[in-house]
Each structure stands twice: as C-alpha cells, then as structure tokens.
Design a protein around this ligand. Structure first.
Ligand code: MLT
Length: 259
C-alpha cells in the first residue's frame, strides 16, 4: 500500500518511521535540524496520519514494512537509504533491516526493542484493542500510555508537549489503533537476527524510558555488530521530541560518519 509521506531537503535519503499511535509530525524537530543536509522522508504508517486505514483486523509490522518499501520505490529512490524508527517505527525498521537488507545502508533505532511481546503484554494489548473498539476512540490507549511516555523532566518542564502529543494520539481512528495493537501483539522476535545486521547502527534511548528501557537498548546495541548506543538524559520514550538538541546532535554525528 502506498503511504502518505513528507519529503524535505537535499542530499542522501533518511527515512524516519514514527511510533504508535502518532504520525510523521513527530519528526518535525529532526526535519528542521537534519533537512538542511539530508533528504528527510517521513511516512505515515498505515492507519496513521493521512495514510489510508485498510479494513484488515490486524496491521502486521511486516506489512507496514512492505508499505514503506513500496512507497520508497514509488518515489523513485533506487539506492539503499538511511533508515530510522522510534518504538513501533523501530520494529518496522528492524523488519526492513532483516527482510530487505539491501535497501538500507544505515540504521537508527530510537526507544525501541527487538524482542516480541511477553505473553502478558500480548494479552494486555488484545484487551486494549477491544476496549478501544468499544469506546470508539483512543482514550484507553492515551490513558494507559501517556503517564509512561515522557520523563519526569518533560512532564514538569514541557506540559504543552505532553498535551499536544495526547491530542495527536486521539486523532488516530479507533479501528486503526485496534488493528495496530493486534499487529504489535503478533510481531516476531528479532533478537536472533541482530548479529546479522551488517550496516552501521545507532541506538538512541531516553535515560528515563519506561516503555523500552535503557537496559534493553544496551543489550540490543551490544548484539548488533559495531552499533553505538547514546542515552539521552532528561528524556523518556519520546526522546527525539523531549530532547531534540542532543538527539539531533547524535543523529548528525552518525550520519556524517556514514556519509
Ligand atoms: C510506540 O511508542 O510505538 C509503542 O510504545 C510501541 C509499543 O507499544 O510496543
């Protein structure tokens, strides 16, 4: 399926994939900082932002990855790209790294993990999907995720950012939220594939990330040959929005090295 996307800047292509249940706008700070030197393409994954929400009951992570590849091809990008993703976007980026390794030449993983859901997490997601359908809006997801998304520093110093992101979550259609939750619950474990990733990799994690904690990011970086880990003080699960300055610095240093 072809996705809606934003496309700015000149130079080497950097594709950034958003988290759940947000859209491409979560990368606005990165677009501004990186878009002067790189062509930054930020798709809306299926069911999110302005992309279509197909009627399937489950939006699989691998299908989302297929959409991204199809969209990149439709744009006419032939060579391998620098690919990044946050959380769910990271699951999709890992799916591409493992299933389409020739399509990427660098990987950026933000606040994400390689492991599948635990049986308990899977069950909770399926329950949440049913609650969202019953409520007819994303409130159950917002109520469950919002208190864990941001660091205490962000909650204290940037209440407007927290409020704005809650509004963004509420904009995602309940049918898409539920289908995505079911897809996330079914996503495969990529842990065993990490040693086979052969492109330069940067792992970024908020030091206060409760959803995908620094210990998991550290283990993921250790399993990918040559990967570098950067922990961002004062940031939680939404590090690129919470602390754009240090995150952009880490991204730019990595991109410069990769070329
Ligand atoms: C995200 O930020 O994309 C979600 O937290 C992913 C997840 O729930 O696993």
């Amino acid at each position: 399926m072809l996705l809606n996307y934003d496309d700015v800047g000149p130079g080497p292509v950097v594709v950034l994939l958003h988290g759940f249940p947000f859209d491409h706008q979560m990368w606005n700070e990165q677009k501004t900082a990186i878009g002067a030197l790189y062509r930054v393409i930020t798709p809306d994954l299926r069911g999110h932002g302005s992309s279509m929400a197909p009627p399937e009951r489950v939006y699989h992570v691998d299908t989302m990855a297929d959409d991204v590849i199809e969209t990149i091809e439709a744009i006419g990008i032939e060579g391998p790209v620098l690919l990044g993703g946050l959380s769910m976007g990271g699951y999709v980026a890992l799916s591409i790294a493992v299933r389409f390794p020739t399509r990427i030449r660098g990987l950026l993983l933000f606040d994400t993990r390689a492991a599948a859901d635990t049986p308990e997490a899977r069950e909770n997601r399926l329950k949440l999907a049913a609650q969202v359908e019953e409520a007819g809006n994303a409130t159950p997801v917002v109520d469950g995720m919002l208190p864990r998304l941001f660091s205490p520093t962000t909650r204290r110093q940037q209440p407007i950012l927290v409020e704005t992101m809650a509004e963004h979550m509420m904009r995602t259609a309940p049918r898409s939220v539920a289908a995505t939750l079911r897809g996330l619950a079914e996503r495969p474990d990529r842990t065993d594939s990490l040693p086979g990733i052969a492109v330069p990799t940067l792992v970024v994690v908020g030091a206060d990330d409760e959803i995908t904690p620094p210990a998991e990011a550290r283990a993921m970086a250790a399993a990918i040959p040559g990967a570098r880990l950067v922990a961002i003080p004062g940031a939680g699960h939404m590090a690129p929005l919470e602390q754009p300055g240090p995150v952009n610095q880490a991204i730019l240093a990595f991109l410069k090295e990769v070329g």
